[in-house]
Design a binder for this molecule. Structure first.
Ligand code: CU
Length: 597
């Protein structure tokens, strides 16, 4: 039997005391905030045309939630709109509390018109910028807003305290009713609409029709440093952002600190957030903040949104401003892969004593997940996707189908028939994933509600493999709920499980909740499954999400109350079971049958 030495005992007693003190301090300082979110339709005019859309508290983008690290927020969502909606608190880990995470049919059913539901947001380790958005249909195009998390009481930023703040929410504008268009496209199998403009804080900016008078403007003071909270809330695109004449210093991403990176532009995936510092040290004047799409699809796919959305930073004081603000010539062009790669390669976790990394080193579960564009065969080419088929997408060839009762409720109540726990750990068929003109038989997915299951505290490594199926490779921003993960490594081509792991970063890997799977490449991530619940995994390009590029992850309880899912709240929105679950047995012969029919 091993005896503890006196010294070790004293150290462990001191440690317990410190832990208790830290807990006490947190208990004293953690605050509780209350918000009311009223969802209703409101008319908006952009690009010379007016439409009605669902927004929160009559604002687009919606209200900002401001907290300090470790606080709790109750948001009562009142749905005064015409259709069911849920809201997701993107990047908030919600320890043990999947009930308030929000994705429809994963952790809850929609909040029906005329009803309300109170979410409990439990902040834990997050610090920096996150955001909230609707997680049903494409409603998030108008229902979204920023979450700003300041350092906890008695702590500060790991960089000089900024003089002031700014929030830039980047979004997509659709002139038509996008939810209606998407609903029709999902019936016919056609491609989904492209946005008509990108917007910054709800405005397309000076270069769009009928927009110049309402361009978002911010007065700034010479010599001050601003902490700019950037949220990419657009629907389907990575974006480049640059500020004329000014460098930015990236200091945070997805609610975690990064080693400061000075840059003259940033690239941000949909779903990601970024904290950047900007010092107003240029000749007083007017400077554009500009965004444009980084498009990684095929060069012959050119129907994407090519608008350049702008906002203006205007220096205060007396000076003669030029007739037109300066445009940032550092903003890369639409298909500048090199610029995007160089920027991404610079991002590292801060990995300091106050903000350490904790990379899982004893991986107990390894998964290899192919990320694919697909087609579902339609009789007599009767659909409106490619080849008369229906557009689809998948993870490991499973195109996810929403169940009629949410996965969380079905799991918690042990209800059978809504999902199966057999999401595969690797692709059902191994082929040269990144080769062009892949054979027809790899283009058709299985449609099913298959979920992953993790043991509590399992150390998980997932390699996502981008594919060239249907010659449609592109960057896929993969996002997980309830967790952040470390980005161990990434590269182009097929993942090599012997040589590629040698390149992993164990020292200061980026810790995020969304990471791009490179076009025709791979990315490996790690996390410890320490948050029990049901958590959604999906591509944050909404058209891929709508086509099934998702799955859910059940993380089992750890055996004690403190390591188990919290009790459900007294009320959850009821499920109306308007459509049936579709669970297909996972059998390669089915696909062959389908192909030969
Ligand atoms: Cu995708």
């Amino acid at each position: 039997m091993k005896m503890e030495s006196g010294g070790a005992r004293a150290t462990s007693a001191l440690l317990s005391l410190l832990v208790a003190a830290a807990f006490f301090l947190r208990a004293v300082h953690a605050k509780v905030h209350y918000y009311d979110f009223v969802l209703r339709e409101k008319n908006y005019t952009r690009l010379c045309s007016t439409k009605s859309m669902l927004v929160v508290n009559d604002s687009f983008p919606g209200p900002v939630i401001r907290v300090q690290k470790g606080d709790t927020v109750f948001v009562n969502v009142h749905n005064q709109g015409d259709y069911g909606v849920t809201i997701h608190w993107h990047g908030v880990k919600q320890p043990r509390n999947p009930w308030s995470d929000g994705p429809e049919y994963i952790t809850q059913c929609p909040i029906q018109p005329g009803t309300n539901f109170t979410y409990e947001l439990i902040f834990s380790k997050e610090e920096g910028t996150l955001w909230w958005h609707a997680h049903s249909d494409w409603t998030r195009s108008s229902v979204h807003g920023a979450i700003v998390i300041h350092p906890g009481e008695g702590t500060s930023y790991p960089y000089p305290t900024p003089d002031d703040e700014e929030i830039l929410v980047l979004g997509s504008w659709y002139t038509a009713d996008v939810n209606q268009e998407v609903a029709e496209d999902l019936v016919t199998g056609a491609d989904t609409p492209r946005s008509n403009s990108y917007v910054i804080n709800g405005q397309p900016g000076d270069f769009a029709n009928c927009s110049r008078n309402s361009t978002y403007r911010r007065v700034v003071d010479y010599g001050k440093t601003y902490l700019v909270h950037i949220v990419n809330a657009d629907m389907n695109a990575e974006l480049f952002l640059a500020i004329a004449g000014h460098n930015v210093t990236v200091v945070g991403m997805d609610g975690n600190y990064v080693k400061p990176v000075m840059a003259d532009f940033v690239m941000i995936s949909p779903g990601q957030t970024m904290d950047v510092l900007v010092t107003m040290n240029q000749t007083p004047g007017h400077y554009y903040v500009a965004i444009r799409q980084y498009d990684s699809a095929r060069p012959d796919v050119t129907d994407y949104d090519k608008t350049n959305a702008t906002a203006i930073f205007m220096y205060s004081g007396n000076y003669t401003a030029p007739a037109s603000p300066l445009f940032p010539h550092s903003l890369p062009t639409y298909e500048d892969f090199v610029a995007a790669d160089i920027f991404l390669a610079k991002l590292r976790s801060l990995a300091s004593a106050e903000h350490p990394v904790d990379v899982p080193m004893n991986v107990t579960k390894k998964m290899y997940i192919s990320v694919e564009m697909n087609q579902i065969l339609c009789p007599n080419e009767s659909c409106e996707g490619i080849n008369g088929n229906r557009l689809s997408s998948s993870l490991n060839n499973i195109s996810f189908v929403n169940p009629s009762t949410d996965v969380l409720l079905a799991y918690y109540r042990n209800l059978t028939g809504y999902y199966t726990p057999d999401f595969p750990n690797w692709p059902p068929t191994m082929f040269n994933f990144t080769q062009s003109d892949l054979p027809f038989n790899v283009t058709v997915p299985i449609q099913a509600t298959k979920v992953m299951v993790m043991e509590y505290n399992e150390e998980v490594e997932i390699t996502f493999q981008g594919t060239e199926v249907l010659n449609a490779s592109e960057n896929h921003p993969m996002h997980v709920h309830g967790y952040s993960f470390y980005v161990m490594g990434s590269g182009y081509g097929n993942f090599d499980n012997v040589t590629d792991p040698l390149t992993y970063n164990y020292v200061d890997p980026l810790e995020v909740t969304t990471i791009g799977v490179p076009k025709n490449g791979w990315v490996t991530i790690r996390f410890k499954a320490s948050n029990p619940g049901v958590w959604f995994w999906h591509c944050h390009l909404d058209r891929h999400l709508s086509w099934g590029m998702s799955t859910a992850m059940i993380v089992k309880n750890g055996g004690t109350p403190e390591t188990s899912i919290k009790d459900p709240p007294p009320y959850m929105p009821p499920c109306q079971a308007s459509f049936a679950s579709y669970i297909e047995p996972f059998d390669e012969t089915d696909r062959i049958k389908l192909l030969s029919s």
